[in-house]
Write a protein that binds this ligand. Structure first.
Ligand SMILES: *Cc1c(COP(=O)(O)O)cnc(C)c1O
Length: 399
C-alpha cells in the first residue's frame, strides 16, 4: 500500500525543481516560477493515468471529499448513505458540508451492501457514497442502478484503492465524482494531498473554485478574479504536488510489486481450508494493497489475533472490528455527537440515533476479518517467513 516505501531520488528531484525557484504556491507568479507547474502537471498525469476528463488536486483526501460534496450540491439536511466500515474521514466530510451520514451494512466485499443501500433510501437521500476499502471495490453496477432509479448522486470514496479497476475503469472515475487521498500511508503519497476526479465539467469548475476561496481563475491575475460563490482554502502546495508527480510515475511498479507479494502471501493462507477471502465483485481488479481474509468465527479470529500478538507477528495485520478508526463499533465520538462547535439539530439527532443502531450483518463479517497490509519491499524470503509463521500460528489456534 504505501508509496513512501519506495521514496527516493525521483521525489527529491521533483521537490528540488520547486525549491530552485522558491515558488511554493500552485497559482500565479508566472515569471519567477520559470515554467515549473507541479500541481498542474500532476493533474494532467492523473487524468491520463486514471482516464477521467477532469482532476482537481486538494490539500488532503478529506478536503477532496468535502470539495466533491460541495461541488455536487450536497448540503444541509441531505442524507448520504455510506458504509459502517470506513475511515472516519468519510463521515467527517459529510458532516462538514452540513449533511447527514446514514450508515448501513457492508457485505463480504467489505464495502456497501447494495440491498442495505436500497433499504436506507428516504425522500432526503441525496447521495450514495461507496468506500472502496483496502484496495478493492463495491459492486458498482448494482449501486449505479440504484442511483439511476432513485436519481441519486454516486460519489466514490476511492481514497484507499488507487490503482484498482472495475470493468476496465479506474476506481474513482466511475461515479459522478470520485476521490483519492495522497496522505502518507496511501498508495501514492504527496505527504498530504488528495484529488477530486470527475467527467462533469461543472463539478470540476466548482471544485476548482471551492478549493481556492471561490476564485474563478479567469482573471489576468489573482487580484482580477471574480468570486461566483464562497470557497475555502483546500489547495495543495507545489512541494506536495512535486512528491506526487514522482510517485504517480512509479504507480505501475507499485501495483506490480503489490500484486506479486499479495499473491505469494495468499498462497500460504490458502493452505488452510477454514480461511476464506474477501469477495471481489465480478469484473473487478483489486489493487492488492491488503490481503483480507476471514476465519469461521469471531472467537477464533480474536484468538488468532491474540496468538499473533504473543508471537510478535501482529504488525501489519489489522483487526478492524476492534480498531478505533475504521468501524462503527468504536466511533463513540460520532454516536455521542461530540463536536467542538454546534451542529444542526438534524445532524445531532441523526448521530445520537446511532447509539441504538445495530449492525449485526456487518458485525458478523468484520468480527471474522483480518486485513494484512502488503509491503512493496518484502523480499521473497521475508514473504516465505511471514507466510509460514502465520500459517503455523493460525493452525495452532484452530486446531
Ligand atoms: C485516507 C482516507 C481518507 C482521507 O484522506 P486524508 O488524506 O487522510 O484526509 C478518506 N477516506 C478513506 C477511506 C481513507 O482511507
Amino acid at each position: 500500500m504505501p508509496g513512501f516505501e519506495l521514496f527516493g531520488v525521483e521525489e527529491r528531484k521533483e521537490v528540488n525543481d520547486v525549491l530552485e525557484t522558491g515558488i511554493l504556491m500552485r497559482y500565479g507568479f508566472d515569471g519567477p516560477r520559470k515554467g515549473i507547474w507541479k500541481a498542474l502537471e500532476l493533474e494532467e498525469a492523473i487524468k491520463k493515468t486514471f482516464g477521467c476528463d477532469y482532476a482537481q488536486l486538494t490539500s488532503s483526501g478529506t478536503a477532496a471529499l468535502t470539495t466533491a460534496m460541495a461541488a455536487l450540491g450536497i448540503g444541509s439536511g441531505d442524507e448520504v448513505i455510506m458504509p459502517s466500515f470506513t475511515f472516519v474521514a468519510s463521515f467527517e466530510a459529510v458532516l462538514g458540508v452540513g449533511a447527514i451520514p446514514v450508515l448501513v451494512d457492508i457485505d463480504e466485499t467489505l464495502t456497501l451492501n447494495p440491498a442495505a443501500v436500497r433499504a436506507a433510501i428516504t425522500p432526503k437521500t441525496k447521495c450514495v457514497m461507496p468506500v472502496h476499502m483496502c484496495g478493492s471495490m463495491a459492486d458498482l453496477d448494482a449501486l449505479q442502478a440504484i442511483c439511476k432509479e432513485h436519481k441519486l448522486i454516486l460519489l466514490e470514496d476511492a481514497c484507499q484503492s488507487i490503482g484498482g479497476t472495475y470493468k476496465g475503469k479506474a476506481l474513482g472515475t466511475i461515479g459522478d465524482a470520485g476521490t483519492f487521498s495522497f496522505d502518507f500511508v496511501k498508495m501514492i503519497t504527496c505527504a498530504e494531498g488528495g484529488v477530486v476526479m470527475t467527467n462533469n465539467k461543472d463539478v470540476y469548475t466548482k471544485s476548482d473554485g471551492y478549493t481556492d476561496h471561490g476564485h474563478d481563475h479567469l482573471g489576468v491575475d489573482r487580484g482580477a478574479d471574480l468570486h461566483p460563490f464562497i470557497g475555502y482554502n483546500y489547495r495543495i502546495s507545489e512541494l506536495h504536488a512535486a512528491v506526487g508527480l514522482a510517485q504517480i510515475r512509479k504507480l505501475d511498479t507499485f501495483l506490480a510489486l503489490q500484486k506479486k507479494n499479495n499473491k505469494a502471501l495468499r498462497a500460504y493462507l490458502e493452505t488452510i481450508p477454514e480461511i476464506t477471502f474477501r469477495v471481489v465483485p465480478e469484473g473487478g481488479d483489486d489493487s492488492c494493497s491488503f490481503l483480507s481474509w476471514f476465519l469461521p468465527t469471531a472467537e477464533l479470529t480474536q484468538a488468532v489475533i491474540d496468538a499473533m500478538k504473543a508471537e510478535g507477528i501482529l504488525a501489519g495485520n489489522f483487526y478492524w472490528y476492534a480498531n478505533n478508526w475504521h468501524y462503527i463499533r468504536k466511533w463513540d465520538h460520532l454516536k455521542q455527537a461530540i463536536t467542538l462547535n454546534r451542529i444542526s439539530n438534524e445532524q445531532e439527532v441523526a448521530l445520537k440515533a446511532l447509539q441504538h443502531a445495530e449492525f449485526p450483518v456487518s458485525d458478523a463479517i468484520m468480527s471474522r476479518c483480518v486485513s494484512t497490509a502488503i509491503s512493496l519491499v518484502w523480499t521473497d524470503e521475508q514473504i516465505k517467513e511471514k507466510g509460514e509463521k502465520m500459517v503455523e500460528v493460525i493452525r495452532k489456534v484452530i486446531g
